[in-house]
Design a protein. Structure first.
Length: 198
């Protein structure tokens, strides 16, 4: 049996469900919003590669390596991005939340914060993970700031960790939240979601 098991996670403004080809057309439109695939320091698929991207994600799911989610905007019912449990280690009970992207119009909307709360709560409270990792490109300052706002701590930087599609070598910043930190992180995320906006 694959760990973690397939699950749907529902929040107030977003739902996370197993990625499928049924999401392909909407995700093609989503990736065009802001031309996300043109950011050199990310690994966002191009509109033309979306079908193959989903197939690759599903194949990795069958191997137990990942669990990819389509992020659904509950107001519209449409997919607005993708996020993934990856680097899954069932023996140690740890995993990474990553390979995340959202259409530009969904960014800075509170949707990412709620999705992280859903994913972290499931990881720590249902799957009983000992740690959850986040990894990003050293030059992806927006992603690094978002990870740090969650309450994750920098474990270190993996120098020349992987080759990007443009041939450059990526230094990867590795962050984590450990189980003992989860109650404080959970309170912080709930406060971020519930606090009044100016």
């Amino acid at each position: 049996m694959l760990w973690p098991e397939t699950v749907v996670l529902n929040g107030a403004i977003a739902s996370l469900e197993l990625l499928s080809q049924n999401h392909c057309a909407a995700l093609i439109e989503a990736v065009k919003d802001g031309d996300l695939h043109q950011l050199w320091y990310t690994s966002v698929p191009t509109p033309e590669s979306m079908h193959a991207y989903i197939e690759q994600k599903l194949a990795m799911r069958q191997q137990g390596a990942t669990m990819p989610f389509a992020v659904i905007d509950r107001q519209t019912g449409q997919p607005v991005g993708v996020t993934t449990y990856l680097n899954i280690d069932a023996g140690v009970r740890r995993l990474e939340i990553g390979a995340t992207w959202y259409r530009r119009s969904a960014q800075r909307s509170g949707l990412n914060t709620e999705c992280k709360l859903l994913l972290l709560a499931h990881a720590f409270e249902t799957l009983e993970c000992v740690a959850v990792e986040f990894r990003t490109h050293f030059f992806n300052h927006q992603s690094r700031a978002a990870i740090e706002r969650l309450g994750a701590k920098l474990d270190g930087v993996l120098r020349n960790h992987m080759r990007m599609r443009d041939g450059t070598l990526r230094d990867t910043c590795v962050y984590s939240i450990i189980a003992g930190e989860w109650p404080t992180v959970r309170s912080h995320l709930k406060w971020q979601i519930e606090r009044p906006r100016p």
